[in-house]
Design a protein around this ligand. Structure first.
Ligand SMILES: [Zn+2]
Ligand SMILES: [Zn+2]
Length: 455
């Protein structure tokens, strides 16, 4: 009976999870309905329903000290964000949902409309003190979700494949903790647009996000670490990113008479291989570097020689000299290919994101806050910077701070990379993130006047 009940829940979650215990929440907002199902060896052994908020030690433990009520609210919220993804600079419904949460918490905010940041202001006990900033991203990615979860994207071609829905829920969770127990000074809650494309951090800064901010912190979910681990690293955390678009102009013609044409497809094949040698043959292997061509557009029919081909790609570098060498190397190779194949080839570079560099004092604060939440053993470092990129670097160009990573995978899960259509998180990470943000604010406020004096 329990089984059939659970199967018919509109908001249900798959019971085929190997978890020993699965729980369900009613969406949205109103009185929580909890259904707890115990599963042993893949067989359902019991189900119970509680229409009120249960006070249960096991659940509290799962929520890293967050109250069950707040934890379940964050789960519902994060699932709503996940289900309603919006692309860069189009975050209209997302912003409205954040605003609703800030209003519920009676937090003042600024919002200049679609494409802008939602900026919340928590006053704190002494509003004359410098401000500590916390940042989450609002945008999703293009692509169709394949997770198969009940809360999968309802917006075709859009998905929160980078976990930004979790980041927003964590920040709202922190806001609630900060409202319940005022921090020593003010806190700025920055929900920025367009992290994935277009550098929405700059928009947020132009919107006034960093006014009087003494230090800023942000985190990102990842499967590189399991839930309950937080990665903090000094110095370079993410790589410099640049984009490029190469346009090859040949001469179109009949597929049967190549001698009358200049084949843009053949030239693009030559360039795809040649550009890889910039990394494999021309770059010191001790400086991590990536050149990826992620998009090719050419041709219109199987028997027509393409007149034009466009190759678009991304460059990641961890060293400024290497970056210059790669950029100049692409120019050198396209002009050689043009000469070689009697074509016209041009390249345009797009402004990328600078590297995220954690200030040592900011990283120390993040480390201290993290160890209070997950214990020192679970605060880990990383041997290398990530070759991913992050526009949080724009904030760190103005104020010191740190960017951390929240483990968001159950230990037994096979890791799924960010941006994969199958990416999802272990929701217990929401509790870790909310508590970390709350704690990092209190730790940073305690340090103003010491490490951050005069910055
Ligand atoms: Zn991303
Ligand atoms: Zn991201």
């Amino acid at each position: 009976m329990c089984h059939s009940l659970c199967n018919h829940l509109p908001w249900g979650h798959s019971l085929h999870s190997p978890a020993l215990e699965a729980r369900f929440w009613k969406d949205p907002g109103s009185t929580a309905v909890y259904i707890r199902c115990k599963i042993f060896a893949d067989k359902l052994t019991s189900c119970s329903i509680d229409v009120n908020t249960p006070k249960d030690a096991a659940i509290s433990e799962m929520a890293y000290g967050l109250s069950d009520e707040l934890f379940s609210r964050l789960v519902v919220l994060r699932r709503w964000f996940h289900q309603h993804p919006e692309l860069a600079f189009e975050e209209a419904d997302t912003a409205q949902r954040i605003i609703r949460e800030l209003e519920r918490l009676k937090i003042d905010y600024d919002y200049a409309g679609i494409g802008h940041a939602v900026i919340g202001h928590v006053a704190g006990l002494d509003s004359t003190r410098p401000v500590i900033g916390l940042r989450a991203e609002m945008d999703a990615l293009p692509g169709d979700e394949t997770t198969g979860v009940a809360y999968a994207s309802v917006n075709p071609g859009k998905m929160h494949a980078c976990g930004h829905g979790a980041h927003m829920a964590m920040l709202i969770g922190a806001a609630e903790l900060l409202c319940n127990d005022s921090p020593p000074g003010p806190v700025r809650l920055i929900f920025q647009p367009a992290e994935e494309r277009g550098g929405g951090a700059r928009t947020a800064i132009a919107d006034g996000a960093l006014q009087n901010v003494a230090a800023i912190f942000a985190g990102h979910v990842t499967h590189d670490y399991h839930t309950g681990q937080i990665m903090v690293r000094d110095g370079v955390v993410t790589a410099q990113s640049d984009r490029f678009s190469i346009r090859i102009r040949g001469r179109g013609g009949h597929g049967a008479r190549p001698h009358e044409a200049v084949d843009a497809v053949v030239i693009s094949g030559f360039l795809i291989i040649a550009l890889q040698t910039l990394v494999s043959r021309e770059t010191n292997p001790f400086h991590p570097t990536v050149v990826t061509i992620g998009k090719i557009h050419a041709g219109s029919a199987p028997n027509v020689i393409a007149e034009e081909a466009i190759l678009e790609g991304s460059i990641r570098t961890s060293n400024p000299d290497v970056r210059q060498h790669i950029l100049r190397g692409i120019e050198r190779m396209i002009s050689a290919a043009a000469e070689l194949h009697n074509a016209k080839i041009t390249v345009e570079f797009g402004a990328g994101y600078p590297p995220v560099i954690n200030d040592p004092a900011g990283a120390a604060i993040a480390r201290e806050a993290a160890s209070r939440i997950v214990g020192a053993d679970n605060v880990v470092g990383s041997e290398h910077p990530s070759m991913g990129s992050e526009d949080f670097s724009f904030f760190l160009e103005h104020v010191p701070g740190a960017f951390v990573r929240f483990g968001a995978r159950e230990e037994r899960w096979a890791p799924v990379p960010l941006h994969s259509p199958a990416f999802d998180i272990d929701e217990k990470a929401l509790a870790v993130g909310a508590r970390f943000y709350d704690q990092v604010v209190r730790t940073a406020h305690g340090r103003i006047g010491a490490e951050f004096d005069g910055v």
